[in-house]
Ligand binder design. Structure first.
Ligand code: UDP
Ligand code: MG
Length: 306
């Protein structure tokens, strides 16, 4: 097997048929031997039945059926685990990752690159808020994480078997795949594209989901939030120390003095608030340690149809 295409499906009934209609001729054109590993991530519509219909038509399709919804990153993890190709390409089924690009990726792979990233050259199809928040996330992430995430790059990429073998050994439960993919390094290049709008169905990402995803991403690859707590703590202590010194000085040399209900309250509330926030930050990490230590499976497969 040369090429494994990994596709997560979650309630994508309307996209299934057009996706295969578009991608299969392209893969056939490439002359490589290919398989399409479809992961049905606990869809509650008839996505699975539609995949079975496609499977009858195209022997290259493999179906991994999850017992429930585990999220896109778990679906990609499963697809990668079950893939047999010498290179693996995760792709969305909504045609927002243009399948034509696969040919360019394969060309680069032939030239000797281990990782070929598909990079969006403009985000004008996204809403204004999505653009701003995405940009902000990448800026913050890259500033505080030890490993750089290439900007405007999603899960759509080609990875050589060498890279896949490394990634398969990562056992962490919080699957921030973009981060894991970039963590491994290897000889990397880009192909650029303009991301089209979704053909059918709607996005599965709400802003709340994206926010939590961003926190997962940051806590998975950086302990900077913990560090910043210590530094702010240090700074506040320093100020408190100087201020205390001043108060003691005044008491000793100018006598007892009891004004300052307001300043007392302000200081107390401020420091109380800061402490709560820092406990929250520590809690985020402890929660993740808790989840990791339980070693529960990343996904549960109900059926495999080869
Ligand atoms: N997806 C999935 N599980 C989920 C959410 C999404 O497998 O819990 C799949 C979805 O079917 C699609 C891909 O992930 O193939 C990208 O989802 P979507 O288009 O909603 O994301 P966006 O393009 O808006 O980032
Ligand atoms: Mg999409």
């Amino acid at each position: 097997m040369d090429v494994s295409i990994v596709v997560p499906f979650y309630n994508e009934s309307d996209s299934v048929a057009i996706f295969f209609k578009k991608i299969i001729p392209i893969l056939k054109k490439s002359k490589y031997k290919f398989e399409i590993v479809c992961v049905n991530d606990g869809s509650i519509d008839d996505t699975f039945e539609k995949l079975l219909t496609e499977k009858k038509r195209h022997a290259e399709i493999k179906i991994i059926n999850f017992s429930r919804n585990f999220g896109k990153d778990s679906a990609i993890t499963a697809g990668v685990d079950f893939s047999e190709g010498n290179c693996v390409i995760p792709i969305d089924c909504d045609l927002q990752d243009p399948p034509e690009l696969i040919l360019d990726m394969l060309q680069k792979w032939k030239e000797g690159f281990d990782v070929v990233l598909a990079r969006r050259i403009d985000r004008s199809n996204d809403t204004f808020l999505k653009r701003i928040t995405a940009n902000l996330f990448y800026d913050i992430y890259n500033r505080i994480s030890d490993y750089q995430l290439p900007k405007n790059v999603g899960d759509f990429r080609l990875m050589d078997r060498k890279v896949i073998d490394v990634i398969k050994n990562f056992q962490e439960r919080t699957r921030f795949m973009k981060g894991l993919f970039s963590f491994v390094g290897f000889k990397t290049t880009y192909v650029d594209y303009v991301r089209p709008i979704r053909e059918k169905g709607t996005t599965k990402w709400s802003y709340w989901k994206l926010w939590n995803y961003a926190i997962d991403g940051i806590t998975s690859f950086s302990t900077f939030p913990l560090k910043i707590c210590s530094y702010i703590g240090l700074f506040v202590t320093l100020i408190a120390f100087i201020r205390s010194f001043w108060i003691i000085f005044k008491v000793v040399f100018c006598g007892i003095d009891v004004p300052g209900y307001a300043s007392l309250m302000v200081a107390m509330l401020f420091i109380g608030g800061v402490q709560m926030i820092f406990l929250g930050v520590i809690g985020e990490y402890i929660g993740r340690i808790y989840i990791e230590t339980k070693q529960r499976p990343i996904y549960i497969v109900k059926d495999i149809i080869r």
